[in-house]
Write a protein that binds this ligand. Structure first.
Ligand code: GDP
Length: 300
């Protein structure tokens, strides 16, 4: 049981009392659930998600699925662990690649969430696996965004497709479509489309992202979200799910203080798997997301 150590540290007193018992009572369960609720709120998991989660744990703990091999304390820990890992996606999920190249991966998220940096990280990971990614600059909103992507691509040693400077402001949907075409012609087997970030949820930019999605029919749409976003995680994730819809999540800035409550909030309200965790500014600072490790971190 991966989380036993950390969870039992957190719930020492409650679990110590439970350990001596032969059977879980409603009062035992309620006490433990209160502690879990506090731990989740401390980790910045959104309140509605905490409520739903604790209700489920309570229901299961009081239900009759008794595992006789475990004492009551272990049973509670196992239920909490199972539920957390379940919401976080269960198994680690890999990127879906197209049967016929190029695979198209579109990135979306708020400005500053770590999208462009992740584009470079993803390119580098894919190159290590023998792919030849092409980065496509569709953030034509901020004057410096294209340049930023070019810098990241250079660090990753990856090719970029961007509109020519002086060629008008450019239509991001067209740039995306052309980018996929260029990849096909130049035999890049993966296309990574960086879209415009926005400071808040913005209807016009959401429509733009949705149009890019429709024009390029991506195999993956990855929603990049800053793990430090805290309680705003739910509204932001829902807005992107309604506006663009995404197939997976990238949780960035996990090297910060955030305990990762955003992971549980986003996975719980969207039902989409978290695929990668970004852990720093360097292009090597990224790893596949492991639901079991995140469960431990949330309850640490
Ligand atoms: P974008 O606006 O979504 O494209 O965000 P950027 O990729 O430009 O990132 C915004 C800032 O966050 C930059 O200063 C990055 O160096 C930094 N950043 C990105 N990812 C991470 C991460 O995983 N950890 C940390 N500590 N910083 C990050």
């Amino acid at each position: 049981m991966a989380t036993f150590g950390t969870l039992s540290d957190r719930l020492t007193e409650t679990l110590r009392n439970l350990r001596t018992k032969g059977k879980l009572t409603a009062a035992d369960v309620d006490g433990t659930v209160r502690e879990i609720r506090r731990a989740l709120l401390d980790a910045d998991v959104a309140l509605p998600v905490v409520k739903e989660f604790t209700a489920k744990v309570r229901e299961r703990a009081l239900g009759d699925e008794v595992n006789r091999a475990l004492n009551p304390a272990q049973q509670v820990v196992q239920i909490v662990n199972d539920e957390l890992v379940g919401i976080l996606g269960g198994q680690q999920r890999r990127l879906q690649m197209a049967k016929t190249a190029p695979t198209v991966i579109m990135l979306a998220g708020l400005q500053g969430s770590g999208k462009t940096t992740f584009a470079g990280k993803l390119a580098k990971m894919l190159e290590k696996d023998g792919h030849t990614p092409l980065l496509v600059a569709c953030d034509l909103q901020r004057p410096n965004a294209v340049n930023q992507l070019q810098v990241v691509a250079e660090r990753a040693g990856a090719a970029v497709y961007a509109p020519e400077p002086g060629n008008g402001i450019g239509d991001p949907v067209r740039v995306a479509r052309d980018g996929v075409e260029v990849a096909r012609r130049q035999q890049h087997d993966v296309v990574i489309i960086d879209t415009a970030g926005r400071l808040g949820v913005d209807a016009e930019l959401m429509k733009q992202a949705s149009d890019i999605r429709r024009a390029t029919d991506p195999d993956e749409v990855l929603f990049v979200i800053d793990a430090m976003i805290g309680q705003d995680a739910v509204n932001t994730a829902k807005a992107f799910q309604d506006g663009v819809d995404f197939t997976g999540v990238v949780l960035s800035k996990l090297d910060g203080d955030a305990r990762g409550g955003a992971a549980l909030s986003v996975a719980s309200v969207t039902g989409r798997p978290i695929i990668f965790a970004s852990t720093g500014e360097g292009l090597e600072d990224v790893e596949p997301f492991h639901p079991d490790r995140m469960a431990s971190r949330i309850l640490d």
